[in-house]
Design a binder for this molecule. Structure first.
Ligand code: GLP
Length: 241
């Protein structure tokens, strides 16, 4: 694992965008796995700026969402489909046919998981997976104590995760109880992983993920087993290291 600490949450995003942009320059038809949440917003802002001002082209890029809530329509402002359109897709030249999202309204969830798994395989796998980290150490929606062996799967969200993500909803009761997420197996299969963390609330999970034992109780700890992981942290998230 390579760890880089920068001075602010915005700097986390700027550096992450530079890395994503460099990978797109190196491989214009690269496959990106994209996280949501507050942390990567600065990265998306910078990628949009690089597209507008520095000619960064997404013409041949393929993008996969990392996860999605069950029960939210794509136009629901809290769905991750909506998030990715709002923060990135609608501002860059990524063709609609290259945007791969999870259907949170799928009637048959198992079928939707299989379909997405297949779509990733057909794209040749993920080249660069961007991740955030939950306060409970989750990555994507892989909650503590889930098996490392899972592919795309249905998740029952942890109480910690629902409470943490309630800030985006009008009330805790509106936070979905289930989601579909890339599994640890999919994440580990990505050729390169970029994990972003900012803020004091992330210093404990970051510490456990990097310095603790590799255990499903701290899903992000599995990244210790991946050969190409870069962590970009702000000073608060790196506080315990
Ligand atoms: C959600 C997402 C994760 C994300 C996490 C942290 O649970 N499923 O992919 O990493 O939130 O988000 P934030 O960056 O808002 O703290």
């Amino acid at each position: 694992m390579r760890i880089t600490t920068v001075s602010s949450a915005n700097e986390v995003g700027v550096l992450a965008a530079q890395i994503v942009a460099a990978d797109i320059h190196r491989k214009p038809d690269c496959v990106l796995g994209l996280a949501t949440g507050e942390t990567p917003q600065a990265m998306y802002r910078e990628l949009v700026r690089l597209h507008r001002e520095a000619g960064l082209s997404f013409q041949r890029v393929t993008a996969f969402a990392l996860d999605e809530y069950i029960g939210l329509a794509p136009d629901n402002p809290n769905s991750y489909s909506h998030y990715l359109h709002t923060h990135l897709f609608r501002h860059v030249n990524l063709p609609a046919s290259n945007i791969c999202l999870i259907d949170g309204l799928a009637r048959d969830v198992a079928l939707e998981c299989d379909r997405y798994e297949q779509q990733i395989a057909e794209a040749g796998g993920i080249d660069l997976q961007v991740l955030g980290i939950g306060q409970n150490g989750h990555i994507g929606f892989n909650e503590p104590a889930m098996s490392f062996a899972r592919g795309v799967h249905l998740v029952e969200l942890d109480a910690v995760t629902r409470a943490d993500n309630a800030r985006f909803f009008a009330h805790l009761t509106e936070v979905p109880r289930y989601a579909i997420s890339l599994g640890i197996k999919n994440i580990l299969a990505a050729k390169k992983i970029l994990l972003l963390a900012s803020g004091q609330s992330k210093c404990a999970p970051v510490y456990q993920a990097i310095r603790g034992a590799v255990t499903p109780r701290v899903p992000a700890s599995v990244l210790q087993d991946h050969p190409d992981v870069m962590l970009i942290l702000d000073q608060d998230a790196a506080d315990l290291l």
